[in-house]
Design a protein around this ligand. Sequence first.
Ligand code: NAD
Ligand code: DAU
Length: 350
Amino acid sequence: MKILITGGAGFIGSHVVRLFVTKYPNYTIHNLDKLTYAGNLANLSDVENLPNYKFIKGDIVDAEFISDLFKNENYDAVIHLAAESHVDRSITNPLEFVMTNVIGTVNLLNAAKELFKKESSKFQKFYHVSTDEVYGALGETGMFTEDTSYDPHSPYSASKASSDHFVRAYHDTYSLPVVISNCSNNYGPNHFPEKLIPLCINNIKNNKPLPIYGKGENVRDWLYVIDHAVAIDAIFHNAKTGSTYNIGGHNEWTNINVIRLLCKIMDEKLNRQMGTSEKLITFVKDRAGHDLRYAIDSSKLQNDLGWVPSVTFEQGLNLTVDWYLNNEEWLNNVTSGNYANYYEAQYNKR
Ligand code: NAD
Ligand code: DAU
């Protein structure tokens, strides 16, 4: 198969690209990424020379470019992860989220539809990677299932919900073979340090305040990023056309308890006196429209495809902290902005 993965230089996308290029050497994987601030080709330095991998720099908002790419490459499938992904950024710049997450997705759908209807087409799957945030917020009890109604609250989740609706509309209107998954909060290596866990790892390391929104009582359902990539692989290969799968680890934590656990792990690893890092916790103004609680019921995925998370939260958080402590250069390059030069150095000279 020849598969286009979008957003493969980002956090989750890089783990999906790595899994596919190494597990399926007979597949050809094209990674299409605009390399926004969130895209970092250093995430894929270990696989960038594999013969079945190719990086393509491009913007999914550019309809003509996307249309030409599909015409020239005759893909068998798309796994679409490219997006603006940070809720706080969506509150200050909603339009950017509409452009990439909605218009960009529709551009891909249009190109896939044109390819799919050709006599000579081999196109068989448009896999859209989405989020549990489309379902809105839960109270103290309950879980999101695949049948939960959409009720997004942030510009980010509204843009992702819109893209999900377009994907289903292309299935119902044009019979495009689509699959959608909605996943809970990911954490792990290569996570951009604007998001809660990597931000706090970096701040603990540098003895800086740990900003906790509101009282830290909001609940998120955390999943190790490699478990998400493995779920995407299972769904991509086995899900019925038109189906949706929720992905989550049954792993709910209040934000304050996540950060307390992280402080404990880092005090141990940095040989600091227990309790040192917790003193950095600083409660700050709450996020506007802050969803109280997310919790994913992933029993459909577990029952249909036998997927289960491979690590507990404590194990995954330990692996994550180890990764950040062992990859200081990655972290320094990301926080200083130097990582943007990776593309120039590695790709422009080819
Ligand atoms: P990320 O922000 O780390 O990466 C996004 C990638 O998309 C970057 O490499 C960026 O350069 C690229 N990109 C952005 N705009 C683009 C454009 N216009 N054209 C081409 N490429 C562009 O995001 P992530 O956390 O890895 O999330 C990946 C996907 O998974 C997103 O669709 C997100 O909504 C979804 N998701 C994320 C989480 C999570 O916890 N991070 C959970 C569930 C679902
Ligand atoms: O649920 C899936 C979603 O998880 C994905 O779709 C998004 O792309 C991803 O960014 C993530 O969204 P969140 O808003 O939940 O993640 P974030 O790391 O930004 O915040 C996690 C929680 O921590 C949330 O309740 C807000 C809070 N928070 C966040 C930051 C950045 C803080 O208390 N302080 C912070 O500085």
